[in-house]
Design a protein around this ligand. Sequence first.
Ligand SMILES: [Zn+2]
Length: 446
Amino acid sequence: MPLLTKPLQISRDEYHLISIQRWFQSLEEDGASIETMPREDVREYHRVAIQHLLSYVWEHNPFYRDRLQMAGYDPETEFQINNLRDVPFLVKDDLRNHYKELVTKKKLAHICKSTGTTGSKPSYIGHTMDELYSYYFAPKYPTLMGGVKNKVVANALPYEMSSSALTFHHEFQHLLNCTILPVGKGGAYSEPEIALQFMKDWEAEILVTTPSYAILLHEQAQALQLDIQNDFTLKHIFLTGEGTSHYFRKRIELLWGCTSTILFGSLEAMLVGLECVEQDGFHLAEGHLYVEIVDEETLEPLEAGQQGEIVVTTLLREGMPLVRYRTGDIGFIEESGCACGVSLPKLCLRGRNIEQIKIESGEFSPFYLENILMQVDGVGNWYRFIVKDRLLKVEVEPFHENIDRELLAEQINSSFEFHINMDCDVEVVEKVLRNPGKVKRVWLEK
Ligand SMILES: [Zn+2]
């Protein structure tokens, strides 16, 4: 079938990322974008981009070359997308133990560290200058991100160690011509009250932060007796960095009086999916990544609609490209189209296996439990789940001080009994522990 979009062609004597960048530019000049490109054309882009990615790592990276050799890869053979299935997976331990071997272009412009769990070995991802300021901006998502153009953006993500704040900083500043307020997320110089003052003084229209920090900033604004409607000019919040349930996110929108969408990604993969106004799954960032879903046990590739582990291959990275990286996240892909008009398939996330709460009546995502809790009238914004001996204890704040705590505890208990068929111990407390530097809503003590 002939392609509708102009085909991506890469000549052998040209660096493939420059060709891909030029191709995206010419698409833009024609008024086309990856967001609405015919699926057949996206598949062809993936095939060509991965073919060149593999020959790039084959030539420049002994670590990947060994793995490709094991898979019987031959750079002279015509590449089909299904051939990627022969390439061994890259796992988190590879990033922890072989991070220097994964560096494919020696000059890295910056290196970021995973936030990781305390005590675990860190993993690192480095990027080249060209990648950060050039190749990575090639594919555009005009429907999903276009609304941010030229806006004043408060970036309330951590700037130190991790890549999250820096990624959005570059993206919004260079690609979308925004004015960035680098307010940070509770570091030594970025206490919430200073962040709020900054946002107020420079009339931030967009806030990028985690769900829990959005709540914490609001709580602080109330404590400072700031008027959300009159003192702030926020129109939209991009939530990222942690999961959230539907009802918790609705609270954030209600409290701040604005809309929100979630951006899903990680240190390793960077941006993976972008939510649209429908708030029902993440459109895959297919300009940047090729995504596979594999069976968690057999690691065999699955079809659209089937749930498994999310595996990503980066298409535009030269410093530390990832080939078939197992993210540990669980989800499935939905290809049935979306009312927003974007034709990129949607990723429906089901959390991570290691984060599931295992209790007597079954295994539950913490966000499923959060959704149950947040629907009970009178429940405050802060809580923690404590799991011990497969029993669930819920510690929660009341929404305001006049709420009958005994009655609230009973209502929460009966709601959990109804939804998860299990009695749980509910304690309505004055204040759930929080720490501005590392805010968490889901606490597990096993
Ligand atoms: Zn959509």
